[in-house]
Ligand binder design. Structure first.
Ligand SMILES: CC(C)(COP(=O)(O)OP(=O)(O)OC[C@H]1O[C@@H](n2cnc3c(N)ncnc32)[C@H](O)[C@@H]1OP(=O)(O)O)[C@@H](O)C(=O)NCCC(=O)NCCS
Length: 507
């Protein structure tokens, strides 16, 4: 039977307010024999104070009667829902090395789950099996350390380096974020302009690739063409294995790769349509130039900014499947082209980056708002996935989806209002038919709406995603190469017991 958080949480939770003196909070914890106290203001969780925090306070000689809890608590902690599976709770606690998490239902605190509670339901195994059990799909497994960024699924928050990615998308340019990922800090005005000029100058396709692209472009989708073109880029530019080159050489390759990907994609699109290739323009910003090459006309500023914001929001996102793929390939010491080809392959799948065009196909099939409920019900009953909904890490609103919904609203047009109606209906249907799974729109749902409104054709949605994500992949390749150890996990063999006698032919 499925065990959920409600089955094992401690209740009623012990609480205090932010102004409670540290000594009082510690006394209440001792009396209740618990390791944490939840800080609540007007019924809402604002923090958690744990034994660890008390130790820190003691080490800093904080006055127990004088200092308020507020100064030592962890503010805005991750929370769990009561219907959540214990596996998810376990993944969350161990991923962040938390020992206690408040449980919140419809905004109200209803309990606390501790590592101790979870240990009670952990199945004990022989020592030689310890550490070999991993959740299906490696859910919640920490496979590496990174300084590039992270996703906090329960909070609906993600960041690049030390900044909120959503805030970056609101106020900075894509080139600034690209610089941030590479250098670890945002550029000042002079650095930003020098960097934008440098990468704009790297957009032209190498002649050897340009000469074969017309042939390649006839043979596949734009994403397949990109995968093949990146494969050819390596030998064309003489890229050697990451194992044999230093960080500076790899950085230069990464800049060139990310600058030329939009050029390859736009060329693939135009060639497939029998149109001439549009040369890149170094006087335009990243997204402006992309739309220019794709359509042959200069985009309106609001369209260029919307596409730029979409690409900024999708540059990086934790250890997603394509980023992990790029890092695994880099860990073998293979070259940058190999790592990015593998990543493009992983991204192409409908469960990862292949969803935005399917989400738009779904809106087309639904056709009118009143058909949405029956359509979604039938799809879920058949066991189909509703495209653009659900996420491995987000168990609340995907912040990228919220941002892009606002972008789509600002752009206007008939599609956004319809998409919002379908979203509301699908969230309700999924809540009823898949209770406790917490399925909301992910980035792909409104990505399709935004790109469509900006004139990007449907078969270029995932390629447009890939163009921005190449910056994230390259950053991870650089990080992996700089601190490399071969990624080589193990599998549990479940076939017939070996060794069986090998049948001798003819015997
Ligand atoms: C993104 C995704 C692959 C994450 O999958 P995951 O973490 O492995 O989740 P699971 O596949 O284990 O799904 C958990 C449950 O939710 C259901 N579920 C998840 N996403 C769903 C969706 N979009 N539509 C319907 N049901 C969904 C599953 O059927 C499963 O139900 P079950 O417990 O009855 O078997 C998944 O949500 C999905 O397929 N979404 C649609 C494709 C998509 O939009 N991809 C873009 C991702 S950014």
């Amino acid at each position: 039977m499925r065990t959920i958080v409600r089955d094992l949480m401690s209740t009623p939770p012990v609480t205090c307010d932010a102004g409670t003196a540290l000594g009082d909070a510690a006394r209440r914890m001792r009396q209740a024999e618990i390791g944490s106290i939840v800080v609540v203001e007007r019924g809402k969780v604002t923090g958690i104070l744990t034994e660890r925090d008390l130790l820190r306070a003691a080490a800093a000689e904080a006055a127990p009667a004088g200092e308020p809890v507020e100064l030592w608590m962890t503010a805005h902690p991750d929370v769990l829902g009561p219907e959540e599976d214990v596996d998810a709770a376990w993944a969350s606690l161990t991923h962040h090395t938390y020992r206690h998490l408040p449980v919140v239902d419809a905004g109200e605190l209803v309990g606390v789950v501790s590592l101790r509670d979870l240990m009670r339901v952990v199945r004990l195994r022989p020592a030689d099996e310890a550490g070999t059990e991993v959740p299906a799909g490696l859910e919640g497994v920490v496979a590496a350390e990174t300084q590039v960024g992270d996703v906090r699924g329960l909070e609906g928050f993600f960041h690049y380096r030390q900044y909120s990615a959503v805030e970056l998308a609101a106020v900075r340019s894509l080139e600034d974020v690209w610089y941030l990922l590479l250098e670890g800090e945002l550029p000042d005005r002079r650095q930003a302009s020098a960097f934008a000029t440098e990468v704009a100058g790297l957009r032209a396709m190498p002649p050897g690739l340009a000469s074969v692209l017309p042939d390649v472009a006839r043979r596949g989708t734009p994403l397949e063409v990109l995968r093949s073109a990146v494969s050819l880029l390596g030998p064309e530019l003489g890229w050697r294995p990451t194992h044999d080159i230093d960080g500076a050489e790899l950085r230069a390759q990464a800049l060139g790769l990310c600058a030329v990907v939009p050029t390859i994609l736009a060329a693939a699109h135009n060639l497939a349509a029998g149109r001439p290739v549009v040369a890149p323009r170094p006087d335009l910003g990243y997204a402006q130039n992309y739309l220019w090459m794709l359509t042959g006309s200069e985009p309106g500023p609001e369209h260029a900014r919307a596409v730029e914001q979409y690409q900024m929001l999708t540059i990086d996102h934790g250890f997603n499947a394509s980023t992990f793929t790029a890092r695994v390939i880099t860990s073998t010491g293979a070259d940058l082209a190999a790592a990015v080809c593998g990543a493009i392959g992983a991204l192409s799948g409908p469960l990862h980056g292949g969803a935005p065009s399917r989400a738009l196909d779904m809106l087309d099939e639904i056709g009118t708002p009143e058909r949405a409920e029956a359509w979604v019900r039938a799809a879920v009953a058949r066991g189909d996935r509703v495209m653009g909904f659900g996420h491995r890490v987000y168990k609340t609103d995907d912040p990228r989806s919220l941002f892009l919904r606002d972008v789509a609203r600002a752009l206007g047009g008939p599609l956004v209002a319809f998409a919002e109606q379908v979203e509301a209906t699908a969230v309700d249907v999924l809540a009823v038919m898949k209770p406790g799974r917490r399925l909301y729109t992910n980035v792909e749902f409104y990505a399709g709406v935004v790109m469509h409104t900006c004139g990007i054709p449907r078969d270029m949605f995932t390629p447009t995603f890939a163009a921005g994500r190449a910056i994230g992949w390259s950053t991870h390749v650089l990080e992996q190469a700089a601190h490399n150890r071969l990624i080589r996990p193990a599998a549990r063999y479940t076939g017939p017991p070996p060794p069986q006698p090998v049948p001798v032919p003819g015997a």
